[in-house]
Ligand binder design. Sequence first.
Ligand code: SAM
Ligand code: SF4
Length: 399
Amino acid sequence: MEQSGYRATTIVEEADIVVINSCVVRQSAEDRVISRLGSLIPLKRVNPDMVVALAGCMVDSELDRLKERFPHVNLFLKPGESTELLELAGIRAVEAVQDIGLRTFSPTAFVTIIEGCDNFCSYCIVPYRRGRERSRHPTEINSQVRGLVECGVKEVTLLGQNVNSYGHDLSGRPDLADLLYELNPIKGLERIRYLTSHPKDMDEKLIKAMASLDKVCESISLPAQAGDNGILRAMGRGYTIENYCALIERIRIGIPGAALSTDVIVGFPGETEEQFQGTLDLLSDIRFDTVHVAAYSPRPGTLASRKFEDNIPLFEKKRRLREVEELQSGIAAEINARLTGQTVEILVEGEKKGRWWGRTRTGKLVFFDSDADLPGQLVEVEIEKTSPWSLQGLLRRVI
Ligand code: SAM
Ligand code: SF4
């Protein structure tokens, strides 16, 4: 869009095109999108030429229903679809542009390798909205990644709700490890990441591939969701805490220094104080680098919302949420403090408030100063200061 002359604005009244990117995982996110869409109706009346596009998970197969509900929305873009928007913005939707979407100027890019989910965790709406798992063919992914690298991308993150079940629906059943072996030799590509892994589908072959492939970053996102076997069973996650901890052990032996992140839900129906304590114990025992915590939100149509009463009051969910956040910020502060004095490799992604920023291979956010023009460069930075959320350092050399 920038190529065809558009500029980003934070003042919605000034915008010619408004894109609202939606998420339906939690009710609060969906409610926010609906209220944002409503707030655009008076603006559309004043400025009928304003284009409103709704993107993301809210745009499902029931397009007619959406059109009826939001008649002031001009474009409905399914997840990953940008062609119509780019056409409207005056860009010819040639394949290359389609592939790189709106991320032309970033040295990092996301590449979806598998869509949908077959797991039906009892609380989750994703399989209902995004359908069953569909893997993209390795050849198609390979050529997209090569195209991105030709445009200056240095790091790709392979995406899927359940990325490590990749390939089971393709002929020859290539898996994620096979795909990593195929992408690693691409010249000019410096880093490969992937998100999100399901603990039950993480196998030894994948751990070995990560350990042996130089471009695959030592960082894994492995949602645990809860630290109690009863809750895990009610969630339908397909593993126990014992399986999960043993897997973490194997990852730590196989990939020394791997950064681990997880997702947890607090206030799942019936979660007792003791069961919640199980989640805190899990976080204390494993000491994740990052934890994403969410309060349980009943999603209409899911098994949990039909079978269990949402009986943990909101104030209690919020207390549990805060406890997780406080515990985790202490753990992350300690983990990050150990990096002080170490020199780490950063891929510079951009500038914020006059400082360069980028990430380590383990995904940690680092800020530093330099007069050089550095986006897209790999550099070495010596860490001087740390916090639970980011690091600051001194530029040592451009690699
Ligand atoms: N596929 C990944 C997995 O195996 O966990 C995660 C994808 S899910 C869309 C992203 C996160 O949203 C989940 O890890 C979970 O913590 C959270 N989430 C999903 N449904 C939720 C719900 N009904 N209430 C609260 N959090 C929810
Ligand atoms: Fe949702 Fe993830 Fe479970 Fe799939 S694996 S149902 S996306 S939480």
